[in-house]
Design a protein around this ligand. Sequence first.
Ligand SMILES: [Zn+2]
Length: 492
Amino acid sequence: MAGKHKKKPKQAPKKKHPPKAPSPGTNVLSWEDDPQGNTPVSVPSPDPAEKPLAFRFPTPAPAAGQYPLGTASFRYWVAVEALRRGADFWSPGIPGGTWQVGAALPVLLDEGEDLNAYYDRKALNFFHGPLGDGLVYSGESPDVACHEMGHAILDTVKPGLWDAAAQEIPAFHESFGDMSAILSGLQVQSLRISVLQETAGHLYRSSRLSRLAEQLATAIRAQAPDAVESDCLRNAVNSFTYQDPLKLPTSAPATQLSSEPHSFSRVFTGAFFEGLAGMLSATAQKPAAPTEEELHSVSRDMGVILLAGIRQAPIVANFYSQVATAMVQAASETNSAYGPVLNAAFVRRSILSLQSAAAIAGLSSTLGPQKRAAAAAAAVESEPPLARVALDGNRFGLGNRAILVHTASHPRRVSVYAAAPDGGQLAAPSADTAATAFVDDLIRRGKIEVPQRRSILGALASTRSLKTHRLVSTEEGILLERILFDCGHRHR
Ligand SMILES: [Zn+2]
């Protein structure tokens, strides 16, 4: 732009960078995974509105360029780059290339003060909060951005999960967010090289890749020391194994497992990350020294396997076991070396009992990858609706009014179960039992919006935790509806 170099008279600083569309060839700065302890890298300017899976940011947008750290224009391009990278990773698996919300997903980068971020079926929402003497912006971390976008991707792939009342369903949504952050990060070549160096080729070691959202976690830790792990928000390298969520506490310090979705998500994410590392060493030419190209290839295969598994799995109370089973089947068809290592990872986490894992290994594969993809797409189109069930309102302090919920009630195609502590199989709860436990949890954690506070329900809801659900009056009774998936810790 010739005019750019003309000396202009005194102007307000904000007019220095008039809005314009990003011009090809201009570089912007971005973080590879998280701002904490890292230096930004220079990358070609991405286009937020690029299809498929376009994003819509508020206008005017700052012109593409390399802005100083700590400025809104710098954060804007960091977020665009991270989200574009994530959406481009998932888009081959999203036929039609549109979001659950439509052709473009709105992104709101600074919606006020909170140590949080959420997806509410309208937009990705990010916030800012105190961090030492400065501020942390949740939308500045690619880990957080690609986690939020993961909720939107999963909502597009399997919309029935949104309102399914069972503890494993929102926990899986949280796990998918973290898996999306890890797999999106692995699309950055410099990060792949850095992680292989840091772990000496052993991917399943704590690293900047496995440690998610370090900076946001530092800010949360200052206010609630036991709400996050000691060095990050959640670590995909962990030793949590599956336990019956009905028997877990409603909430617990980060060092323990609870039925709270972010806490329980770590079981599945741990299995996924262990499986990813196993798939890498099983296929690398030198298993002890995999290359970044091999890591790239395995990460892309894992994305395909994950989406195939999710599409194939019925929405049931023991969703983890069902997704794991379908993933092992899809993995075996992708590469014969993948199936056994993934199956073993799920067994180590007790997500699959030994009996179930043996049964899966024995299932002969009748579909090729292409037929499987077609069958999976058809499965989503013909996905049966979830049963709507009336639960006794007395239990929840609602008197005689029933509360209507959508239960995780799909028919099971295969009988696969998690392992019990004694090595046997854990029977899955009925859809109604799982729904009751789910509503109990929401109420005890104060996650349901309740207008009046003069009841135990209202008093519980008056805590400042961000509400994920609301009660809507309908002709048949009070319906429980999800508002959003939240991902941080309410500040204040
Ligand atoms: Zn989340």
